[in-house]
Design a protein. Structure first.
Length: 372
């Protein structure tokens, strides 16, 4: 469904965002923030490089609590804030958007409906046309499904918002806008190719991820978000520990737990972190780890550095999170299927009830003053 979602929504979402930003004076758009929790925070991390390049502004992804409890009291003038929540009901993100709006920031709600709390709290809605990952059944109970197409939708909304803002600010000329939009139009085909490769290979190797093995996922730049997202799929799909590492930090921390019982997964598209990723792969291999690399097809250096290679089609590094996440979606699915693991552990009703209380019913902070 994901390639089709991107294909069907690029032009309509761009037209909408152009209309939203048209009345704004470019000089009032100076400081950008993206806030969210879980996959929504990952979407912000994934979109940062693309949005910053498009707008010519430093746009910072911030975890929602860090923003609402520690940063919002120092929010500079002429700020704009994207609050990201598929369900539109996450307490901490709603809190951050509300407090930012009270301080005069232009606030956006990136969500699936105009009727949820986030949409009503934000000044401007960025509606992403995905089905909610939290679905209510006729008896009123709620069911959570994997946040895969919703993650794609959040990233797409942010990337397109960046293009519209960059055009309005004057950072992008017509040719540059056309080139960025062409990249988005080409993206669904790349996603479909990644889907085909990932599904087959993930099913073939799923049984080898036994419970006694450790998993460490490395990524840098926009694919630090992909590594974070992959870790989340391990938690959600397998209810199993998994270690996240920024590409450089692996050598400083996770190296020390790496041995022959470790699966080291490195996200390695062409780009600024490629050479460092190869160095980390060599060190992990010397410590006996199985090395799995997700890299661009035809990357012979990467293939030689690993035991298992997921070959991804060429895409700009700024858009690679749309493509390079596919192996994690399929791996978590096939491993859980082969090992009979319930999604989120929600076969335990108490686990679901406590989780929903923590995310959706948390008390909100009343004022936007900075913490002492």
């Amino acid at each position: 469904m994901q390639p089709g979602f991107v294909r069907d929504n690029v032009d309509a979402m761009l037209d909408f965002m152009r209309g939203v930003v048209a009345p704004r004076e470019p000089g009032t758009l100076r400081h950008g923030f993206m806030i969210g929790c879980g996959d929504s925070y990952c979407a912000a991390l994934a979109a940062r490089q693309h949005m910053s390049l498009a707008t010519g502004r430093f746009i910072e992804p911030v975890e929602a609590l860090e923003f609402s409890r520690y940063l919002v009291g120092h929010l500079p003038e002429d700020s704009f804030v994207f609050g990201i929540s598929n369900s539109g009901t996450v307490s901490r993100t709603i809190e951050g958007v509300r407090l930012a709006r009270e301080r005069g920031a232009w606030t956006f709600g990136v969500t699936v409906s105009a009727d949820n709390r986030l949409a009503r709290t934000a000044e401007t809605l960025i509606k992403v046309n995905a089905t909610p990952n939290i679905k209510e059944q006729p008896d009123g109970t709620r069911v959570v499904t994997p946040g895969t197409i919703t993650y794609t939708a959040s990233m797409l909304g942010l990337v397109i918002a960046g293009i519209a803002l960059g055009e309005r600010i004057g950072n992008l000329d017509a040719a540059e806008v056309a080139a960025l939009v062409a990249d988005l139009h080409a993206l669904p085909d790349a996603m479909a190719k990644a889907d085909a490769v990932s599904g087959t290979l993930a099913e073939a190797i799923a049984a080898s991820f036994t419970k006694d093995r450790k998993t460490v996922i490395l990524g840098g730049g926009p694919n630090y978000a992909t590594a974070y997202f992959g870790m989340a799929k391990w938690f959600e799909g397998l209810t199993r520990p998994c270690h996240l590492s920024e590409l450089e930090e692996w050598a400083h921390e996770h190296y020390f737990i790496t041995d022959e019982m470790t699966d080291t997964i490195i996200i390695l598209p062409p780009g600024a972190g490629h050479d460092r990723g190869l160095e980390q792969a060599q060190a992990a291999r010397e410590m006996g780890s199985r090395i799995i690399i997700i890299g661009e097809e035809g990357d012979e250096e990467a293939k030689a550095a690993c035991d298992i290679f997921f070959a991804m089609p060429p895409v700009p590094e700024t858009l690679s999170p749309f493509v390079y996440k596919a192996p994690f979606e399929y791996l978590s699915c096939h491993i859980s299927d082969k090992q009979g693991i319930a999604f989120l552990g929600f076969d335990n009703r108490k686990r679901q009830e406590v989780n929903f209380r923590q995310i959706f019913n948390s008390a909100q902070k009343a004022e936007s003053g900075a913490a002492a």
